[in-house]
Design a protein. Structure first.
Length: 386
C-alpha cells in the first residue's frame, strides 16, 4: 500500500505538469478585453482544452450551444433535449442502463457523462475514429439505428423552427457572424460542441486534498480509499489515471495519444469471449476479433452520480463494480481460453476486506464535484434574453 504522499503524487502528476497553463474564465461572458472571445476558468493545474481551428470558442457561440443543449425543440418532434439524456443534476448522465431516444427506442449503450469530455482522445464508448466534439454532436442528432434526437428526418423543419424564433435567429448571427446561412446543421453542431467543451469538473474534495489546498477535505475513510485506489495491489489508477481519472487525454499542446479500450470480462456468450451483438465494443467499428468487448475507460469524476455502470448499465452500484473488478471480471476464467486472451491483462483481480471495500466506495464518493453540479443546474435554468 502506498503512502498518502505517494497517492497524492500519482494523482497530481498530470496536474502539476500543466500548471503553467494558468487560470481562465468559463462563464459565457465576453473576456476582459471587451470582445467576444471566450476564456476558460480551469481548475488548478488543469490544461486548456484543445480547440479546433475551424471552431474557435466565442462567448456567443457557447451561449447558443447552451440554449440548444437544453431545448427540446432541437429534436425532430420537439420533445427531447440533449439534457434529457445528459441531465445536469446527474453529472450529465441519465440514470438509465440504456439511453432512450425521442421515439422510445432503447440505445444499446448508456449515456456517458459529459464532465470533462473536452479532454477525451475519443468520444463515445467504443469508436476509435470519433475524435472531435463537433462530429460527436451529429451522432445523436442524425442517428437512426436507434433514433435518438430524430433530427435527421426533420432537418428542414427543425432548422426552420430555430430560424423563425427571433431570439435564436439573432443568437446564430452573433455566434456565426458573416455566415450567409448561420442557422445550419453544421453550426448547430459547432455551437453544441463549444458549450460541451466548457463542462469542466475539477473541484471535488479529492482535488482540494490532493493539491494541498484543504488537507482536511477527505475523511480518514476516504483517505484510506485513496491509498487503495492508487495502490499496486488494487490498481484502479492503471486505467483511471491522471487529472481526469480516465483513459488517455488530449489537451492544447499535448502530444497525441493513441486511443485505449479495455475488455473487462463482462461477457463470454460462446466460450470464446463474445459480447451481445448489439454492443461488441471497439469491434463494432474495427471488425477486429481482438477488439471484442473493448470499451473506453470513462472518467471517474462524479462517479457516485453516474450509476448504473459499464457500457450497458449492467452493474447497478459502486459496490458491485468493485466486486466485479476484484473478481477479475464477470465472465469465467478458463486458463488459456479465447475469452481470457481478450480480457485486458490489467484486470488481475484483488482481495479486499469489507472495511477496505467500504473505504474504496467512500473515496469514489469523494470524487463528486458539488461546484460543478451547482453550475450545471444553474446553466440549465438560465432564461434566454428577449
Amino acid at each position: 500500500m502506498v503512502s498518502r504522499r505517494a497517492a497524492v503524487a500519482l494523482a497530481s502528476s498530470a496536474l502539476l505538469a500543466a500548471c503553467a497553463v494558468g487560470r481562465e474564465r468559463v462563464d459565457g461572458r465576453p473576456s476582459p478585453r471587451g470582445d467576444n472571445a471566450f476564456v476558460f476558468d480551469l481548475p488548478a493545474g488543469f490544461p486548456a482544452p484543445r480547440v479546433p481551428a475551424d471552431n474557435a470558442m466565442t462567448a456567443a457561440k457557447v451561449e447558443l450551444g447552451r440554449r440548444l443543449f437544453h431545448d427540446p425543440r432541437l429534436s425532430g418532434p420537439g420533445t427531447l433535449a440533449c439534457s434529457g439524456c445528459h441531465r445536469p443534476e446527474l453529472a450529465y448522465t441519465d440514470g438509465r442502463a440504456h439511453a432512450v431516444g425521442v421515439a422510445g427506442d432503447l440505445h444499446p449503450r448508456s449515456a456517458m457523462s459529459l464532465a470533462n469530455v473536452a479532454y477525451n482522445t475519443t468520444l463515445g464508448w467504443d469508436n476509435p475514429n470519433l475524435r472531435r466534439l463537433e462530429d460527436q454532436a451529429l451522432v445523436p442528432l442524425l442517428n437512426t439505428h436507434p433514433v435518438e434526437m430524430g433530427f435527421g428526418e426533420h432537418e428542414a423543419e427543425v432548422l426552420a423552427r430555430l430560424e423563425h424564433d427571433r431570439r435564436y435567429a439573432r443568437a446564430f448571427q452573433r455566434g456565426f457572424p458573416g455566415d450567409k446561412q448561420p442557422v445550419s446543421l453544421d453550426n448547430v453542431a459547432r455551437a453544441l460542441a463549444s458549450f460541451v467543451r466548457t463542462l469542466i469538473s475539477g473541484d471535488s474534495a479529492f482535488d482540494r486534498w490532493s493539491r494541498g489546498a484543504e488537507v482536511s477535505a477527505l475523511t480518514p475513510e476516504e483517505r484510506a480509499g485513496a491509498r487503495l485506489f492508487f495502490s499496486q495491489r488494487v490498481g484502479c489508477f492503471r486505467c483511471h489515471a491522471g487529472f481526469n481519472l480516465s483513459g488517455p487525454v488530449d489537451y492544447d499542446g499535448a502530444e497525441p495519444e493513441p486511443p485505449s479500450f479495455h475488455n473487462t470480462g463482462l461477457y463470454d456468450l460462446d466460450g470464446r469471449g463474445a459480447y451481445p451483438s448489439e454492443a461488441t465494443g471497439a469491434h463494432r467499428v474495427t471488425g477486429r476479433a481482438e477488439d471484442m468487448g473493448a470499451f473506453r475507460a470513462p472518467t471517474l469524476r462524479n462517479v457516485a452520480l453516474t450509476a448504473p455502470y459499464m457500457h450497458d448499465g449492467s452493474i447497478a452500484t459502486l459496490e458491485e463494480a468493485i466486486d466485479h473488478y476484484a473478481a477479475g471480471g464477470r465472465a469465467p476464467r478458463g486458463g488459456a481460453s479465447a475469452a481470457d486472451s481478450l480480457r485486458d491483462p490489467l484486470l488481475r483481480g484483488f482481495e479486499l476486506s469489507p472495511e477496505e471495500r467500504a473505504h474504496l466506495v467512500a473515496f469514489l464518493h469523494a470524487l463528486t464535484d458539488e461546484t460543478f453540479l451547482r453550475r450545471a443546474q444553474a446553466l440549465a435554468s438560465i432564461r434566454p434574453p428577449e
